[in-house]
Design a protein around this ligand. Structure first.
Ligand code: HEC
Ligand code: HEC
Length: 456
């Protein structure tokens, strides 16, 4: 700092003193004004915008990915560029060095000039850092592509740099103003468009259905139970010998999980835990996501709700949930796939005959699957009372095309209820109508015919 410059600074200082800006009351007054404005802004935000709470915490859910507040997201994103064992470098060393650099700034920054126009290096460095922070935050917080995030980051940095550092030779006067305006408009435009896209995606996600009533939970729980549990525990939780289930030895015996004994000794919490951890040493796989299973905590809760309200005589089933049973057939009524057959297969067959299970490739989760699926397809033929499916559920063991045995279905020695067998028989007899409407149309006409056809 040369003497002339020193003098200038001193002179400016004296001038400022003369003007007489005092801490009390002048500065305090300004402070108060600004704090009050911020306070009003906060009240306004709280009233009109509010916070959107995340779902209730669930301590058993290890699949939950915690995320920092938005102002730390750039650090969070930054960590992605460090492999696991070097995470400490990104998490502590680099931010630490940067903060230290700021703290010791007065010791090494000897530039006598304070105005930004004289500090090209400082302004440039800070613009670059801000650009990095903006880019990383955008990458972490939005769904925009990395390229767009980088462009936005560079725009922000350029805007910051050019507004602070005014001595760029080719950027003066009207040109400078125009450039700054164009950059600002571009920035606002890109942010606006990507905000809309992000909002649109978020509203798509919100449509994920969450069961709220007991009736809804029971229905969802029943579906899940049918798919996940029936093959070992039976459609009514009755247990018995497990046969034909991959991953567990034929003949393994499971006790009833629907008995009074089970329901009275296990509360919902312990049922939840058993389903979540499984009983691996006894042959039951874990279902909780945290233990390698495929169900979310709410799905397990639905299963437990279904079990409780269906099997525990102390739990009173809400009236709205009572209709979930398989509808009984009236005299002469033709069952449809939609209403009757799918309800039976869901409970009695789907646990083994679905995607991911071998069982002769017979997927029973769709109408077409039941008609055309299986290595011995067709397993059902309209009007054919000797259809493979009908025989197996009536206790007949067959030999397949490949010479392998097709066992009695279900293979655990416990035939399905007579009224369910009746549903299959009447359905095949009537030509396997898919929808309730088709079935209703057949009902009146087919009844007499059905009675004429001598059954074997
Ligand atoms: C691969 C076969 C298998 C599947 C699938 C299976 N379990 Fe199990 N489960 C078992 C075996 C084996 C046991 C322990 C044997 C026993 O206690 O009788 C068991 C035990 C249980 C018990 C504890 C009984 C007690 O009080 O000790 C409950 C409750 C239970 N299972 C519920 C379920 C539910 C709900 C599902 C579906 C999400 C399911 N299981 C799926 C095989 C299975
Ligand atoms: C515990 C598992 C299990 C359940 C439950 C089960 N199946 Fe099967 N199913 C099998 C297996 C295993 C096969 C392969 C053939 C065999 O080993 O008997 C099979 C094969 C079949 C086939 C022959 C498919 C083909 O193209 O070869 C039919 C038809 C069939 N099942 C119908 C049913 C029906 C209907 C139900 C429900 C009432 C049912 N199954 C329930 C395990 C099961």
């Amino acid at each position: 700092m040369n003497d002339e410059h020193k003098k200038k600074v001193n002179q400016k200082y004296e001038e400022q003193l003369q003007k007489g800006e005092r801490f009390w009351p002048d500065a305090i007054y300004k402070d108060l004004l600004v704090s009050f404005a911020l306070f009003i802004l906060l009240i306004g935000l709280a009233t009109f915008v509010g916070v959107h709470p995340e779902p209730k915490v669930d301590p058993t859910d290890a699949t939950y990915v915690p995320r920092p507040e938005w102002y730390f997201l750039f650090l969070f994103e930054f960590l992605k560029y460090f492999p696991g064992e070097l995470e400490w470098v990104g998490a502590a060393v680099i931010p630490g060095v940067l903060v230290m650099a700021l703290m010791f700034l007065p010791l090494y920054d000897k530039n006598p000039f304070r105005h930004n126009s004289k500090r090209i290096f400082a302004v440039g460095l800070m613009s670059a850092i801000v650009s990095g922070i903006v880019t990383l935050t955008l990458m972490a917080a939005t769904t925009m592509s990395n390229l767009v995030a980088v462009i936005l980051g560079v725009l922000v940095a350029a805007l910051m740099f050019f507004s602070l550092y005014k001595e760029v030779p080719f950027l003066q006067g009207a040109v400078r103003k125009a450039v700054l305006w164009v950059m600002t408009i571009a920035l606002v435009g890109i942010v606006g468009v990507s905000y809309q896209q992000t909002a649109a995606m978020a509203s798509d996600e919100e449509e994920v259905h969450v069961a709220s009533s007991i009736a809804e939970k029971m229905t969802l729980g029943q579906d899940l139970y049918s798919i996940q549990c029936v093959e070992c525990h039976g459609p009514d939780g009755e247990g018995g010998e497990i046969v034909g289930v991959t991953g567990i030895e034929d003949g393994t015996f499971v006790k009833s999980i629907s008995s009074k004994d089970e329901m009275y000794t296990r509360n919902d919490g312990s049922l939840f835990d058993i389903v979540s951890y499984g009983q691996p040493n006894l042959g039951m796989p874990p279902y909780g996501g945290s233990y390698g299973g495929s169900l979310s905590p709410s799905e397990i809760e639905y299963i437990v709700t279904f079990m409780r309200y269906t099997w525990d005589d102390r739990a009173e089933v809400p009236a709205e949930a009572a209709g979930a049973a398989i509808p009984a057939l009236a005299e002469g009524e033709v069952p449809s796939y939609e209403v009757h057959v799918s309800a039976v297969t869901k409970r009695q067959c789907l646990s083994c005959h679905r995607e991911g299970k071998e069982n002769n490739d017979y997927l029973m989760d769709t109408y077409a699957g039941i008609l055309d699926g299986g290595i011995n397809a067709p397993n059902v033929v309209a009007g054919d009372m000797n259809s493979i499916l009908l025989q197996t559920i009536q206790g007949v063991e067959l030999s397949g095309n490949d010479g392998e045995i097709i066992h009695v279905m279900p293979p655990n020695g416990k035939p399905i209820k007579d009224e369910y067998i009746d549903i299959f028989i009447r359905w095949v007899e009537a030509g396997m109508p898919e929808t309730a409407d088709d079935a209703a149309a057949l009902s009146t006409e087919v009844v007499p015919v059905a009675e004429e056809t001598p059954s074997e």
